[in-house]
Each structure stands twice: as structure tokens, then as C-alpha cells.
Design a protein around this ligand. Sequence first.
Ligand code: DC
Length: 227
Amino acid sequence: MRTPINVAIDGPSGAGKSTMARLLAQQLGFVYVDTGAMYRSIGLYAKRAGIGLEEIEAIVPRLPEITIQLRYTDGVQHIFLNGEDVSEEIRTEIISRYASAVSTLAPVREYLLELQRGLARDHDVIMDGRDIGTVILPHAQVKIFLTASAEERARRRYQELLEKGQAVEYDQVYQDLLARDEKDTSRAAAPLKPAADAVQLNSTAYTLEETLERMKTIIGEKTQNVL
Ligand code: DC
């Protein structure tokens, strides 16, 4: 058996990483690993345990109580927290805040590192997150750092929320996004930054299809002797 192919996709919130990673995985027959969903699940566990955002370190001694698994039904990823499917429940604003808080804790990152590396050892993966190319899979054959301007990322997010029927103000979405960017890039543990050998792709002026095509081209070029 050949060595599994690992594709690392990093970038700021709202750049379209998960949409792209999901489509690429489907089209290439790879396993999609959404690492943000893992931080969200730990955030959900913390919230359910009654831990406040201001005392988030209290989650650390409780990590041994947590088991996270990814399972696939008809190619769709579901995430299980101690055996319960929490795929829907982790997509709320409050859990975004909890995920962001737990992701600043080095023991939480350490805990997820093995799970993430194990998946990449056993399967061809498209893994998206913030530190995949820099920390989790430094030897990934393909690394893409996907960005877009803050205004464009906020506009896309705003559109998505409107379509879900949520009452939001563009300016609030934009301010929240800037706050998350600041938090993700300035934290001490594995801050968001492109790996030295990552291909940077700015999707501001591209449609979804154009971005997808460009990513496929990058993956094709980097894996031409393997796939
Ligand atoms: O991509 P997302 O919005 O689902 O991520 C949720 C939070 O987890 C976000 O604040 C960034 C953090 N995260 C991280 O620190 N490292 C990753 N590999 C993935 C997500």
C-alpha cells in the first residue's frame, strides 16, 4: 500500500475551508477531517459540564472523560461526543465561543493532535483547521493556506446566516470575524499562520467553482507522481 496522501488546508474563519475541503474530499475520494468540529465538541462538553468561559481551564482535568469520533454516513461526516451525534448542536454561536476558548489551551491541542495524526496515518485525508500544515501534519504532501479579505469573508458569512433565517447585522458579523481573527492569530498555542511551504490562495475575487478548480490544480501538481 502506498503512503496516504495528506492535504492540509488552513486559513482564517470564513475563508471557505470547510466547504472546499468537503467538496474536494468527495471528488477525490478522500476522508474529510474537520478539526474545528473537534474543538467545538470539546467546547460543548465544557458548556454542558457547567464550566464558564472565564474559567475554561477547568476543562483540562476532564479531558480523559471525553471521547471524540468521526463517522461517515453516505459520505457525510458526523461527529460523536462520547457516542452521541453532536454534529448539529456544535454549530451555534455560543459553541463557537467555547471552541475558540478551549482552542487556546495547550493540553486540549495536545489531546486532539494524536487523534488528528492517527486519521492522517491511516487514510488519504483533506484536513482543515488553523495549524494543520504547521503543527499537525508538517509532512503533508499538499498545504494550502486559503484566505479572502475580511470584508468578503464577512459578506459570505452574513449571506449564509440570512439564508438560514437568522436576524443579523452585517456590521456585527464583520466585527465578530475581526475579533476571531485576532484571537486565532495572537494566541500562544499554535497560532494561525501559513506554513513556510504552503501555497497561498486568496479567493476574494473567485467564485466557489473557481476556487475549487484552483485547489484541485494545486493538489494535482503536488501529487502527480502518486495519485
Ligand atoms: O473552523 P471552526 O470555526 O469550526 O473552528 C472553531 C474554533 O476552533 C475556532 O475558534 C478556531 C479553533 N480551531 C483551532 O484552533 N485549530 C484548528 N485546527 C481548528 C479550529
